[in-house]
Design a protein around this ligand. Structure first.
Ligand code: ATP
Ligand code: MG
Length: 348
């Protein structure tokens, strides 16, 4: 049966890179046994323009029934003063769907070695995944208070919240090099001590994988010194926020980085890690690789269509290796030219 994909193209470069990603998926799937239906809905600034709401009711209802959700990007100067901003719509969607696990793979294909701000002998072969807990920890813990002369934040984790994110990490590790690194600050924080204990317990269910622990300060250094030493990094909300942004520097552009967010109910949302890039919107120069690789993640993690995912990813990397690059990678290809090159590569 065809998989029902809800498409939220959004704002800025969102619609451009979404069109690219869907064209690539369409071309790849036509030669496969798999099929997809695409249901487009207004979201973010586009939702405000059409319905006065960044997360219109129809959009949320469609998302809740979808097999997976693809999101382009949202926001932009036009809606900064809106009563409900596009970003508020995204937070509301994440909350409504209980998206608790944020997955950010960072790969540096050889074609991009010269673009990285880090020496190529260090980044060459980088292929890691940051698995970040998204709905708990210090961003949500109570009490929180801001007074004139003191402030309080609370880092709180329940063992169930730790357990489910560690399971995510091991399941992803199983389809990779089977190495999980749990990052914490267990020499100082009680939450980290519990985190470590639960990680050890969960690891027993995955005897085919290894588990190691590292303090967040030392992991932060190692990500830029020895990025190839990592496979799957799993960590709490705050540390994951910081480490995933740090890791996104490795390929030298935001334009090639996808993400997945998984929920308790099983529905997942896939989107580039970057924003709507209003500075380049409408110019046909956005790098669509972040969107194409978000679709690759969807095929792997929601549908287990590994072969189709591999075909698209390999075509995308092969095209970059041939020097077809968008301007963020110092190339001259337009979004459409890059897209057509990937489709042509799929047909070879
Ligand atoms: P947000 O607050 O929504 O995360 P931001 O202010 O962090 O947005 P982005 O929209 O992520 O900014 O863009 C940051 C920079 O990276 C911009 O200069 C943008 O043009 C560039 N950029 C982001 N995505 C792409 C892409 N897919 N292709 C090319 N350049 C991109
Ligand atoms: Mg940003």
């Amino acid at each position: 049966m065809a998989k029902n994909i809800v498409v939220l193209a959004g704002d800025g470069i969102g619609p451009e890179i979404m069109a690219s990603g869907l064209a690539v998926l369409q071309a790849a799937s036509e030669k496969s046994q798999y099929s997809f239906t695409f249901e487009h809905h207004a979201f973010g600034g586009a939702g405000i323009d059409a319905y006065g709401d960044p997360l219109p009711k129809e959009t949320l209802a469609a998302c809740q029934k979808a097999d997976a959700i693809l999101l382009g990007a949202i926001g932009g100067p036009k809606w900064e003063q809106a009563e409900k901003t596009p970003e508020a719509g995204l937070l509301a969607l994440r909350k409504a769907l209980h998206l608790y696990a944020n997955i950010r793979p960072v790969k540096v294909p050889d074609a991009l070695l010269d673009c990285s701000p880090i020496k190529s002998e260090i980044v060459k072969g980088t292929d890691l995944v940051v698995v970040r807990e998204l709905t708990s920890g210090i961003y949500f813990g109570e009490p929180r208070q801001l007074a004139a002369d003191f402030a309080v934040d609370t880092n709180r984790y329940h063992e169930d919240e730790i357990r489910r994110i560690i399971h995510q990490a091991f399941q992803i590790a199983r389809s990779r090099r089977k190495k999980v690194l749990s990052v914490d600050k267990a020499n100082v924080l009680a939450t980290s001590k519990l985190w470590r204990k639960i990680a050890e317990e969960v690891a027993k269910e995955y005897p085919d994988c290894t588990l190691a622990h590292q303090y967040v300060d030392s992991a932060a250094m190692k990500i830029v010194q020895q990025p190839t030493s990592f496979d799957v990094i799993v960590t709490e909300n705050l540390f994951g926020d910081i480490l995933s942004d740090e890791a996104s520097v490795l390929p030298g552009t935001l334009g090639v980085l996808p993400s997945a967010s998984h929920s308790i109910s099983g529905i997942s949302l896939y989107e580039p890690i970057h924003g709507s890039a209003p500075d380049i919107a409408g110019k046909n120069i956005a790098n669509p690789v972040s969107m194409i690789l978000s679709i690759v993640l969807m095929l792997r993690q929601s549908f287990d269509y590994q072969e189709l995912a591999d075909q698209i990813e390999q075509a995308c990397f092969a095209v970059m290796a041939e020097g077809v690059l968008t301007p963020d990678l110092n190339g001259t290809a337009t979004t459409e030219e890059f897209t057509q090159a990937v489709i042509a590569k799929l047909e070879e």
